[in-house]
Design a protein around this ligand. Sequence first.
Ligand code: NAP
Length: 267
Amino acid sequence: MFNYQGKNVVVVGGTSGINLGIAKAFAKAGANVAVASRSQEKVTAAVSQLQALNPEGKMIGVAFDVRDVDGLSAGFGVIADKYHHIDVLVSGAAGNFPATAAKLTENGFKSVMDIDLLGSFQVLKQAYPLMSRPGCIVQISAPQSYIAMPMQAHVSAAKAGVDMLTKSLALEWGVEGIRVNSLVPGPIADTEGFNRLAPSEALQQSVAKSVPLQRNGQCQDIANAALFLASPLASYITGTILPVDGGWSLGGASMAMSELGKLAQKS
Ligand code: NAP
């Protein structure tokens, strides 16, 4: 449905889960795709999957931690050498673990802020001079950004910041033709993030029942939205925080997470 042939797409945090699903969708649509994350092993595995999906495409993998500005800058240097410009940037590196605010340490809170919020800022800053005009940035946020959930104060604080970064940079960079939007996945089955918050089949089924569309999402649901947001069909959309969650954020999210929170408190 979408043709990204010849376009250069960079997916930070693109070596597993939702973000790898997005990278694969762009590769299938004909794009050259660069993925980055900390583990060289995961980067290598992701690049070979992407190359298999689009043998004509120029696939790149770089290993860096978004908290390390020198590493990040070197990684974007490699991408600049190979691609010269970036048409689409997806910024989705994140960390999460459940912890009540009372038990959360300063280091735990800081580590999520450093990866999700400061890391996203650094990624966008590194990409900015390389972005084509027009170009598109998609940040991967989370419902915790606007829905309070037990044991997620750190993630809520970080992702709310990510979404305000989206709006602020949409405002500043829109005049140059760079669109910046956030995608907000609901509960996505078979992902590290969801398995950590709902670590059993029974819990995942109960979350599915709290989604108005009565199912947990698939990585492909988020990838489809990313393909749309980066396409000319979305050329008048910027500064938007777009939930792709089967309606979960309409109310089910806070109910389901309160139940999960009570169970986790007891265990
Ligand atoms: P995931 O599989 O754990 O993916 C996270 C990615 O980020 C991995 O590629 C990881 O690779 C990379 N990463 C983590 N820390 C990094 C760092 N410091 N520097 C560079 N890369 C780093 O998680 P996921 O569950 O699919 O989530 C992906 C995104 O969707 C996240 O932004 C998350 O907040 C959001 N989200 C997920 C859900 C869900 O249901 N899963 C719901 C809402 C929002 P390395 O380990 O190699 O670094």
